[in-house]
Design a protein around this ligand. Structure first.
Ligand code: CAA
Length: 241
């Protein structure tokens, strides 16, 4: 029987590419989404991947959503924590709301999603958790005190859970995408993107969502069983750790 994978933020951007790549690799995939009903519906119709709506910032909603996915598809063996938002502003202009939204979704969301599936993975002696962090969690980024803090936190979370899960057959890894050609990156002011960011990418272009998705498929696979607590950087050479 094929494994069940759940991808948060799995109907758009990098998450959609991950959902599709996992489906193509033979997983039974569920895609979570937060709000864009129209996009989610179109995604499901196009791909045949069921979409489930809840907010990863809400612990109880995560518990209920995960129960719904497990009732439909079976126990979740692969969790991809991909859902994330930006609320960019220079720190002197950043509001508590911008800070809290990003921390609640991009960092606390990992707790909310992973905690309800963790015991099942421990009991079954198998699990794969892949956290989508960011280059900006590694290097910091002007305008992203909130996002960089959350994404750096995701890496600490990854390394701790890797240690706790290792003896139970659970691997926990992170991917740090660089600037990928999604709506999130296209929302950056064009002048900043073209004059400040793309020139800093040695490969000379934005990444493709599929280039991140292939990293997820690898980390989820049996072939990656000896890799845990690690970070794959997929950033076109923009930053080396
Ligand atoms: N790198 C270098 N310089 C930057 C920069 C960047 N990423 N972003 C802004 N700047 C510079 C601007 O060019 C500008 O410089 P000058 O005054 O010399 O022209 C200065 O900082 C102030 O910028 P703005 O005039 O745009 O000021 P603002 O207050 O209107 O907006 C901002 C500030 C919200 C940070 C806006 O510039 C912005 O959105 N920048 C992009 C920030 C960014 O890189 N976000 C990543 C989003 S994608 C993502 O998060 C996915 C991922 O994981 C990689």
């Amino acid at each position: 029987m094929s494994r069940v994978a759940l991808v948060t933020g799995g109907t758009r951007g990098i998450g959609a590419a991950v959902s599709i790549a996992l489906k193509n690799a033979g997983y039974r995939v569920a895609a979570n989404y937060a709000g864009n009903e129209e996009k989610a519906k179109a995604f499901s119709e196009e791909t045949g991947i069921p979409a489930f709506r809840w907010d990863v910032a809400d612990y109880e909603a995560c518990q209920a959503g995960i129960a719904e996915v497990e009732a439909a598809l079976g126990p979740i063996e692969v969790l991809v924590n991909n859902a994330g938002v930006t609320r960019d502003a220079m720190f002197h202009k950043m509001t508590p709301q911008q800070w809290n939204e990003v921390i609640n979704i991009n960092l606390t969301g990992l707790f909310n999603m992973t905690h309800p599936v963790w015991s099942g993975m421990r009991d079954r002696g198998f699990g794969r958790v892949v956290n989508i962090s960011s280059i900006n969690g590694q290097k910091g980024q002007m305008g992203q005190a909130n996002y960089s803090a959350a994404k750096a936190g995701d890496l600490g979370f990854t390394k701790t859970l890797a240690q706790e899960g290792a003896a139970k057959g659970i691997t926990v890894n992170a991917i740090c995408p660089g600037y990928i050609g999604t709506e999130m990156v296209r929302a950056i002011p064009e002048k900043v993107l073209n004059e400040r960011i793309i020139p800093q990418i040695p490969i000379g272009r934005l990444g493709e969502p599929e280039e991140v998705a292939r990293c997820v498929v690898f980390l989820a696979s049996d072939d990656a069983g000896f890799i845990t607590g690690s970070t794959i950087s997929a950033n076109g050479g923009q930053f080396f750790v």
